[in-house]
Write a new protein. Structure first.
Length: 428
């Protein structure tokens, strides 16, 4: 029995048996304390001989400066038979186990060791190659557990690990903002709200991955979708047609979104695909081989461009010949209108976390240009790798919302996709 009474939110994290855990927790919630006690518990209860748990902060000196080493020594004093080894920053436990503290500032110093569990705190601040090159080999022969935790610092290592954990069977992912832990009083929250900028508060207390990128067009809306649980597992509903939205690239990427619109106006984004350096036949094959009943394929106006390599036919005619039909050409529009169209439907959107991962990354990264001379955000978007996914989404949305668009035919017989579940994402 450990001499520690965890808070309600800490208990599931301490007891979680998953082999890979990612915990995104707001500042001052007590996550490092919870992880420390989790490590001590694992070390005391691990049945393998000479169990070892490693708890890593970004820098070794942080153990003293944050007061966390003081908490470790107080914990050791309360465990009968535990011995403190200050020079090694470790605790020797009565079952022969070792709870080892240290920093990520010298990754090579960990090489060659082993661990039954490795806890990495403030994961965004550790070297990018430390987990695959150092930590995973330490855990391999013991079939050890990896726990990564922190408060967001933009869309970095922690966000990537969190997204992977959410979509990998058997893994655990936590996103705990101040409303979910109850760790801070209302007075403390209001004081922090007054002292911080909106972006700082969103990042530190609301666990927003988007806050540092204030030029993002869709960041806050996608953060709301994540908080609401609308980035999850979304199943194909065979009773509804599937539409595609495209952005065509010749010298750069072509992007495609797959989506459905429910009778209640919910947009269900099923999949995303992006590639470059291949012909239109490649993309037509990707689309037509999916087991969907299609409604419309929304393509941008440049699909009407004629190509010498296509015997003078337009791209649209070429795609029709490859079986991509029906195609609806979406008229050219102001980029700002395309952005506004997407912003309007995001509060009603659900995204499949696995199928749309790359597309969501593009939407999050799509941003305005910063005018350095004027010190303001301009109205123009940055044209980079994120543009293709954002433009494809905008084309699909504008096409599907066009009141002149042809209604889907009612005599199409849906084909059921075997998802292994009799229920859709909404329990229908």
């Amino acid at each position: 029995m450990l001499p520690f009474c965890p808070r309600d939110w800490q208990r599931p994290l301490i007891d979680d048996p998953a082999p890979r855990i990612v915990a995104v927790v707001h500042r001052r919630a007590g996550k490092s304390t919870a992880l420390m006690w989790r490590g001590l518990k694992r070390c005391l209860t691990e049945p393998k001989p000479l169990p070892r748990v490693v708890h890593i902060l970004p820098y070794g000196v942080m153990w003293g400066r944050t007061g966390l080493w003081d908490q470790v020594t107080r914990a050791a004093d309360a465990i009968p038979g535990a011995a403190i080894r200050k020079s090694e920053m470790s605790i020797r436990l009565p079952n022969g186990g070792t709870f080892q503290c240290g920093g990520a500032d010298n990754p090579d110093s960990w090489r060659g060791g082993y661990a039954d569990e490795c806890i990495i705190d403030e994961f965004d601040d550790v070297p990018a190659g430390m987990v695959p090159l150092v930590i995973e080999p330490m855990l391999a022969d013991r079939n050890g557990t990896l726990v990564r935790s922190g408060t967001p610092k933009g869309r970095g290592l922690l966000q990537t690990a969190y997204d992977r954990a959410r979509t990998t069977p058997g893994y655990s992912a936590y996103l705990l903002d101040h409303t979910k832990t109850g760790a801070l009083s209302g007075e403390a929250i209001e004081r922090l709200r007054q002292e911080m900028t909106d972006e700082e508060f969103a990042q530190e207390l609301c666990c927003s991955f988007e806050a540092p990128n204030s030029g993002s067009y869709f960041g806050k809306l996608l953060q709301a979708a994540e908080t609401d649980g609308r980035i999850c597992k979304v199943l194909y509903d065979p009773a509804l047609p599937v539409h595609t939205g495209w952005d065509l690239g010749m010298d750069d990427s072509t992007s495609i979104w797959w989506f459905q619109i429910s009778p209640r106006g919910e947009w269900r984004w099923l999949d995303y695909y992006e590639h470059s350096g291949v012909g239109l036949d490649h993309y037509a094959k990707v689309v037509t081989e999916k087991p969907y009943v299609y409604g419309k394929h929304y393509l941008p106006h440049d699909v009407e461009v004629r190509e010498l390599t296509m015997e003078g036919r337009s791209r649209r005619q070429y795609l029709l010949g490859l079986g991509l039909r029906p195609i609806q050409v979406v008229a050219a529009s102001n980029p700002a209108d395309r952005v506004q169209a997407v912003r309007a439907i995001l509060p009603k959107s659900w995204f499949d976390a696995a199928g749309c991962a790359a597309g969501l990354k593009a939407l999050r990264a799509y941003r305005r240009q910063w005018n350095e001379r004027m010190g303001v955000w301009s109205n123009d978007a940055v044209h980079d790798s994120a543009s293709h996914g954002a433009d494809a989404c905008g084309t699909g949305v504008q096409g599907a919302r066009d009141p002149q668009a042809e209604k889907p035919k009612s005599d199409v017989t849906p084909v059921r996709l075997d998802t292994g579940s009799g229920a859709s994402w909404m329990g229908a």
